[in-house]
Design a protein around this ligand. Sequence first.
Ligand code: PLP
Length: 257
Amino acid sequence: MYVLSLAGLDPSGGAGVLVDVKVFSLLGLKGGGIPTALTLQNTSVFKGWVPIDLDYFKEALQMVFSDLPVTGVKIGMVGACEVLEILVFYLRKYRQQLLAVVYDPVLKATLNHPLFSSEEFLDLVKRELLPLLDFITPNLYEASLLTGKEIKTEEDLEKTAKTLLEYGCKQVVITGYQKKNKIYDYFFSKEEKIPLGKKRLSLEFHGTGCAFSSSLLSFLVKGFPPFSAFKKAKNWLYLYLKKASVQPLGGKICLFL
Ligand code: PLP
């Protein structure tokens, strides 16, 4: 099976398209990736990003989709409206052949830099991208930015997820809700709300959102139903991170893949 990541390029390999392809490979899938944006960062500083060349992006999508049997797409940082418009065009064109589409709306870098161009970008995501998705996997900050709702309580989480589902996305996972000494990710569909908690790990990792969403896509295309795929992705990542926390590489934030 072949899957595709459309996400930002982080030259350190800690997040974005490079991490996604490593996850596909670890989970036994073949995969490719097309960068949506080029970031300048390492594990200590984030300097900035530029959108990918639009003609290159269009042609790369055309070449991959016309040549390979793409069965799933993971979308990460998109950055600019023009890139998102092209991505949506190709997603609509090939949606029927895709078993799953997962979007991790990366809106801020781990080192705190904004990764989207404007308010208009958020409107486009809601109007054009959400109706094409099986899953969106925002953290609290991203979910709040996309819906304009403050998230403090579990009720707020539920209202936020409901809004995202109303835009047409089939399932929502909101990540990173802290309760006592555990971090919870909440799975929502029209019928269900299921929290899954794990103990916080001691190191701050880079790229965990990317790895979670690409493993979720991998389990979905392998045929697991939505909630099982979510649970499997979360457990797989947690075990992988626990193994990785032995010897950190780099500066402020840890690479684990
Ligand atoms: N994608 C890119 C290109 C990034 O630069 C970042 C963070 O800096 C992310 C994704 C998000 O990383 P995380 O998975 O840690 O949220």
